[in-house]
Design a protein around this ligand. Structure first.
Ligand SMILES: [Zn+2]
Length: 237
């Protein structure tokens, strides 16, 4: 169920894998995305299994739009917000960001209650979604922010037209990359990490390429497929 999980520092931070769910192919088996064509009952069961494994009653998701909007929430909303980042100060409230190649980022304040989950694909990287999240967390009092960047499509697997690579590099030069075949490519996660570094955020990075690792969902590899997720929750006192 979990590709990576850490339960230290009063937090649970995790990235799921493909396994441990009930969805049929091509969503097999732990698809957490509700807008990819999978059976809604299977997605609900999969989400419930992850919540149970995390030890929480429910998880807050978002309608991800490849933008830079941040939703600050105090509880699981009745209506799923249109956003690409969730921030909360509420202990026990689990946040999720879903991906299948895009970069999932989990952030937390080492000294205070703020935590965040971010979906940062190429558009989000270019629009500066992690910068929006960090400034939102600092506005809410965060003093010392750390982040873990989850697995995503790697730069060698993310071939793009030259113009698109140069457009991304004009925003974040560290995103300029070359594919396995020597053609222009974008390093989305590398760009996100560079942005976080510039914002003085402490970073760790979970190794792995979604396209190359069959234990993860990859839109680039499979087209119609499921979504895995990054999850963060600060343990309730
Ligand atoms: Zn790769």
């Amino acid at each position: 169920m979990f590709h990576w999980r850490d339960d230290s520092e009063g937090l649970t931070r995790a990235f799921t894998s493909r396994s441990g769910g009930v969805s049929a192919a091509p969503y097999d088996s732990l698809n957490l995305g509700s807008r990819v064509g999978d059976d809604p009952a299977d997605v609900t069961e999969n989400r419930n299994r992850v919540a149970s494994a995390l030890g929480v009653p429910a998880v807050a998701f978002m309608n991800q739009c490849h933008g830079a909007d941040v939703a600050v929430i105090e509880a699981v909303p009745d209506c799923t917000p249109d956003a690409d980042a969730l921030v909360t100060l509420t202990p026990g409230l689990a946040l999720a960001a879903l991906v299948a190649d895009c970069t999932p980022v989990l952030l937390w304040d080492v000294a205070g209650p703020a935590v965040a989950a971010v979906h940062a694909g190429r558009p989000g990287m270019m629009k500066g979604v992690v910068g929006q999240v960090v400034s939102t967390m600092r506005d809410l009092g965060a003093q010392s922010i750390s982040a873990v960047v989850g697995p995503s499509v790697c730069s060698r697997c993310y071939e793009v037209p030259l113009e698109l690579r140069e457009e991304a590099a004009s925003v974040t030069p560290e995103s300029r990359a070359v594919s396995w075949t020597g053609t222009p490519a974008i390093d989305v996660a590398g760009g996100v990490v560079a942005q976080l570094h510039d914002l003085h955020v402490d970073i760790s990075w979970v190794a792995g390429c979604a396209r190359e690792d069959l234990r993860l969902f990859s839109h680039r590899r499979d087209g119609v497929t499921g979504r895995f997720g990054g999850f963060i929750v600060r343990k309730a006192p």
